[in-house]
Write a protein that binds this ligand. Structure first.
Ligand SMILES: [Mg+2]
Length: 257
């Protein structure tokens, strides 16, 4: 686990409430990067296969909509590969390749800010909420993105993973442990962590929030569909971070102290 405190904002008096929020999904749209990674993985596999066997693979490259629909409905990466025409014995090679390149700077540049995320973050700050990011990304990547989008001054603390591959794997147990650390650290600094909530776009965020006994807010503009998220019974489901921040439900939950 890696922790990064924003010195600029941590000078505030520890009186405010805290909101815990995931990064990929609520704030960043990773769909283009993930799709380009998939395409690049397939073309690399095609090239190396052709070189060793002299034959072309019968690939059927999915459109971005098809690919993202499958990711959002949690079709396994193995099945996505097979649906794309990758022979079974080459699936592992493709998945390893994808894992290797997904964090490459050339692909990271395709990450974009989610519509409305900037306004949502600014609104949280305006009402005096302390914003703590809990993410399976490496904090360096998070800081770089926030800086590039002029948002670093609105984020108080980042709890991230030291393993660069953690975000792509999205393991719920890692998120559970990370949120626990983040909550403990806020308590120690004297911040009010009841009531609070965890906002995120995957089952990992909902499970982490539920295990911490806090309100969970699922967002549907990330890497999971509404139907999929509903199964995990979050406290509420919203389409975007901005909609969540503006919803009465969250404001009531945060004002219930
Ligand atoms: Mg996420």
């Amino acid at each position: 686990m890696l922790r990064s405190i924003n010195q600029m904002t941590s000078l505030q008096m520890p009186s405010g409430q805290v909101v815990f929020c995931d990064f990929d999904g609520p704030i960043v749209d990773v769909s283009e990067r993930y799709y380009r990674t998939y395409r690049l993985g397939l073309s690399t596999l095609q090239a190396s296969h052709q070189e060793t066997s002299g034959e072309a693979l019968p690939l059927q490259i999915l459109s971005k909509n098809q690919f993202w629909w499958m990711k959002r409905n949690r079709v396994a990466d193995i099945d996505i590969a097979i649906r794309s025409g990758v022979p079974e014995d080459l699936v592992d090679t493709l998945l390893q390749q994808v894992q290797r390149i997904v964090n490459h700077p050339h692909l990271l540049q395709w990450d974009t800010l989610q519509p409305g995320a900037e306004i949502a973050i600014q609104q949280l700050k305006r009402i005096g909420i302390r914003l703590v990011l809990v993410t399976l990304r490496h904090p360096r990547q998070v800081q770089a993105f926030l800086q590039a989008n002029d948002l670093i001054q609105y984020v108080d603390e980042i709890f991230g993973a030291s393993d660069i591959n953690a975000a792509h794997l999205n393991r719920a147990d890692q998120k559970v442990a990370l949120l626990k650390c983040a909550i403990e650290a806020q308590k120690k600094q004297g911040y009010q962590i009841y009531p609070t909530c965890m906002i995120g776009d995957t089952e990992a965020d909902i499970i982490a929030g539920q295990q911490a006994g806090i309100v969970t807010v699922a967002l549907t503009n990330g890497i999971r569909s509404h139907d999929y998220l509903k199964r995990y019974q979050p406290t509420s489901i919203n389409s975007t971070l901005l909609k969540a921040v503006q919803s009465r439900r969250i404001n009531q939950a945060l004002q219930a102290a």
